[in-house]
Design a protein around this ligand. Structure first.
Ligand code: MD6
Ligand code: FE
Length: 203
């Protein structure tokens, strides 16, 4: 099937409501064993500040940060291997990105009522010719998009449950972040909050 035309803002391709409610709850179900094997933890930035977003990963590599810096690691901080990326998540990548290569990391970010994510670039991967794909589940979030240099102009859009964003080409190295969520705006996650999945080709 050919994907319908997304909204494009600064090269970010935004597929509103790509996942219908049953696909959204299917993804939430597929994440349960991931979260059981590899529980969410609170990473610490290289400057020593605990992040407000909690994280875990699935796949061969998990994105990680502590005082030693940003990097990909092959095990959860507990020492267990990262669980495999659930097939329904890989299917979204294949539908919207490419079937030439599969992502090696599915980073899982959980936002509670007060969590946010400052403007950043995703640049810990080896080859920026592969896009990053992001899937939103649960509460709405204001996603901010900037330029490829820090301090440029920005614009924002609200992402809701089932929205998918592909960040490739010129946008692959653009700054972006989450200003805040609207806690309680969705019932997709029983306890509220927001899950964002980002799929990345790492090596
Ligand atoms: C989020 N997303 O939506 C955070 N990164 O919670 C990201 O940082 C992100 O949405 C790369 C590509 C798309 C994204
Ligand atoms: Fe990012």
């Amino acid at each position: 099937m050919q994907a319908p035309t997304p909204i494009t803002i600064r090269g970010f391709q935004i597929y509103k409501n790509w996942l219908d409610p049953s696909a959204q709850s299917g993804l939430v179900e597929s994440l349960r064993p991931v979260l059981k094997t590899a529980p969410l933890y609170r990473p610490v930035t290289p400057r020593g500040k605990p992040m407000s977003v909690r994280m875990t990963s699935a796949g061969d590599y998990g994105w990680f940060t502590d005082k030693a810096g940003y990097r990909y690691i092959e095990h959860h901080p507990s020492g267990v291997p990262w669980p495999p990326i659930p097939q329904p998540i890989l299917d979204i990548w294949t539908a919207l990105c490419t079937d030439e290569r599969l992502p090696e990391c599915c980073l899982v970010n959980y936002y509670d009522e007060n969590a946010k994510l400052g403007l950043h670039q995703d640049k810990d991967e080896a080859d920026f010719s592969w896009p990053v794909l992001s899937i939103s589940l649960g509460d709405e979030a204001r996603f901010r998009m900037g330029e490829t240099t820090r301090g440029g102009s920005t614009e924002s859009i609200w992402l809701g449950s089932g929205d998918v964003v592909v960040m490739g080409g010129a946008a692959r190295l653009a700054y972006h972040g989450i200003d805040r969520i609207r806690f309680g705006s969705s019932r997709v996650l029983p306890k509220g909050g927001r899950i964002n999945l980002t799929l990345r080709v790492v090596i």
